[in-house]
Design a binder for this molecule. Structure first.
Ligand code: KIV
Length: 316
């Protein structure tokens, strides 16, 4: 681990509040495993959301509804191992917080105690304010989520922009006030008109994190598979792709397969040396003064293949 990576302090809930007050924008991405968490931590992303979107991008489901508490906790643990800097938020799945505040509290506690998350997120406004209050009173930071709430896909009649009429916008504004009043430390605003997001952002004292909500929010979140171009069939209007990893992956896998088929890979560079014969072991050649595997110009010599510790055998 680099010294810089060791030194950076963990992003905290009070830090996010301070960022809003100082006009510093908050960056957030979803993450589902240790490698991606490490990647985004190295990029100094402030918040990693272990989203129930894992159901759609990792599990291949067509909604987030079947995702379970145990599954999110499993992914939280992996993300917690990869991220040392970002605040980790565990997304509470469908029906894990709606039934009673007590059940919500019990489930939320598991994200922190078993998953290594520092906060939870849940979808909904005034109707789940009592659950938010219960968790916050127990010391669990809660991020709310309003507008296009994917767990209500059937009630919304699909993944549709919300708050387009004055009445619907007023309801979302009312919900935003309710979740702040209940103690939420931030609120995700998804799939709503930019002017409504701007109005909520200027009225609330807690940070708003937008996704498909325009440029006025205090921060931004996107699903990491969208940002990295890992979702070949999906190009939502609000997503900007910063890489084309799916296409690069197809290309890499195709070149690998070609080389294996043509006998180009594996070659001598990517293989271990021959079995040492008894004769060679008993009477070694006169030493040239250089140890086996010694570095030449900073690179390992050919007879020792450097492998990551705990990832494969070394050749001694
Ligand atoms: O599950 C998720 O990825 C989310 C984000 C889209 C905010 O809730």
């Amino acid at each position: 681990m680099t010294d810089e990576r060791k030194q950076r302090a963990r992003v905290t809930v009070p830090k996010l509040r301070a960022m809003k007050q100082q006009g510093e924008r908050i960056t957030m991405l979803t993450a589902y495993d240790a490698t991606f968490a490490r990647m985004f931590d190295d990029a100094e992303i402030d918040v990693l959301l272990v989203g129930d979107s894992v159901g759609m991008v990792v599990q291949g489901l067509d909604s987030t509804l079947p995702v379970t508490v145990d599954e999110i906790i499993y992914h939280c643990r992996a993300v917690a191992r990869g991220a040392r800097h970002a605040l980790i938020v565990g997304d509470m799945p469908f029906m894990s917080y709606q039934v009673t505040p007590e059940e919500a509290l019990r489930n939320a506690g598991r994200f922190l105690a078993e998953g290594g998350a520092q906060a939870v997120k849940l979808e909904g406004g005034a109707s789940i304010a009592p659950a938010i209050r219960r968790m916050v009173d127990a010391g669990i930071p809660v991020m709310a989520h309003l507008g296009l709430t994917p767990q209500s896909v059937h009630a919304m009649g699909g993944f549709r922009v919300q708050g387009k009429t004055e009445e619907a916008a007023e309801r979302i504004l009312h919900d935003a006030r309710a979740v702040q009043e209940a103690g939420a430390f931030a609120v995700v605003l998804e799939g709503i008109p930019s002017d409504l997001a701007g109005q909520i952002t200027s009225e609330l004292s807690i940070p708003t994190i937008g996704i498909g909500a325009g440029p006025s929010c205090d921060g931004q979140v996107l699903v990491c598979y969208d940002v990295l171009g890992l979702t070949p069939d999906l190009r939502p209007k609000f997503v900007k792709r910063y890489a084309e990893m799916f296409a690069e992956g197809v290309d890499a896998a195709r070149r690998y397969a070609d080389e294996v088929r043509n006998g180009v890979f594996p070659d001598a560079i990517h293989a271990f040396g021959n079995v040492r014969t008894a004769a060679a072991t008993e009477s070694p050649r006169p030493s040239s003064g250089r140890k086996r595997g010694a570095k030449r110009n900073g690179r390992a010599t050919a007879d020792v293949v450097p492998l990551r510790p705990a990832y494969g055998p070394t050749e001694s």
